[in-house]
Design a protein. Structure first.
Ligand code: 13P
Length: 254
């Protein structure tokens, strides 16, 4: 049984004061839902105070990106060793970074290796564009992203993968549960070809893209889908708690 996993990617939203407010608003509600891994990914500048606020709970934190070098003359970058101690997870390869900041599979693979070497657990994001989807190239794209992202990395059950079709991110047009489950099954098989099916069957694979409290059930009820990477809806305390609550109930068969 894979433990359900719901992460909130706050993206470039909230200043420190707002982040503190948001965590205060969700902390108690989230803390009760301990059958699900709950991960908050605020901006870097709020990670430290977020850590102070969730101390004593099993709510975990993640960063949204990092550079692959440990330290040095890389103005403006954040390194794995800086994140170590501040958070457990780091989102890598988000499509917004691939598209806007031209991150390639090669760079993302460097980041994956650096994160693991520092003891951080990557949440590796991948997904196809609308054009690729319409041209029937979804699996081909994902197969490249899995192979590129995991290249030369030893089998590891603890990493997390997030399937986020680009056309579903921030558009209000989520995939259907059936579509997402079929693609996630394909991702799992591709991981299995690299790492063996036993490890692939243990890796958590999430769906992301316009997940809300109104549609989470459709994804979570699919056996292939272990949780969600939530963007916009993770900035609303009540809705995010509701997403985690529904996920806990459905995965427990209630
Ligand atoms: P939305 O939930 O806002 O569509 O964002 C999804 C996402 O990109 C999470 O990483």
């Amino acid at each position: 049984m894979r433990r359900p996993f719901i992460a909130g990617n706050w993206k470039m939203n909230t200043n420190v004061t707002e982040a503190i407010e948001l965590i205060k608003d969700m902390k108690e509600g989230l803390n009760l839902l301990s059958t699900v891994d709950r991960v908050l990914c605020p901006p870097f500048v709020s990670l430290y105070c977020a850590g102070e606020l969730v101390r004593g709970t099993d709510i975990e934190l993640g960063a949204q990106n990092m550079y692959f070098k440990e330290k040095g003359a890389y103005t403006g970058e954040i390194s794995p060793i800086m994140l170590k101690g501040l958070c457990k997870y780091v989102i890598l390869g988000h499509s917004e970074r691939r598209q806007r900041f031209l991150e390639t599979d090669v760079m993302i693979n460097e980041k994956m290796k650096a994160a693991l070497a520092a003891g951080l657990l990557p949440i590796l994001c991948m997904g196809e564009s609308l054009e690729e989807n319409e041209a029937g190239k979804t699996n081909e794209k994902l197969s490249h992203q899995v192979q590129g992202g995991l290249k030369d990395i030893a089998a590891n059950k603890a990493i997390v993968i997030a399937y986020e079709p680009i056309w579903a991110i921030g558009t209000g047009k989520a995939a259907t549960g059936t579509q997402a489950a079929a693609t996630i099954k394909y991702i799992r098989e591709t991981v299995g070809k690299m790492w063996g099916s036993e490890v692939a069957d243990s890796v958590r694979i999430l769906y992301g893209g316009s997940v809300t409290a109104a549609n989470i059930a459709e994804f979570i009820k699919e056996l292939q889908i272990d949780g969600a990477l939530v963007g916009g809806a993770s900035l609303k305390a009540r809705e995010f708690i509701d997403i985690v609550k529904q996920s806990a109930a459905i995965k427990q068969g209630k």
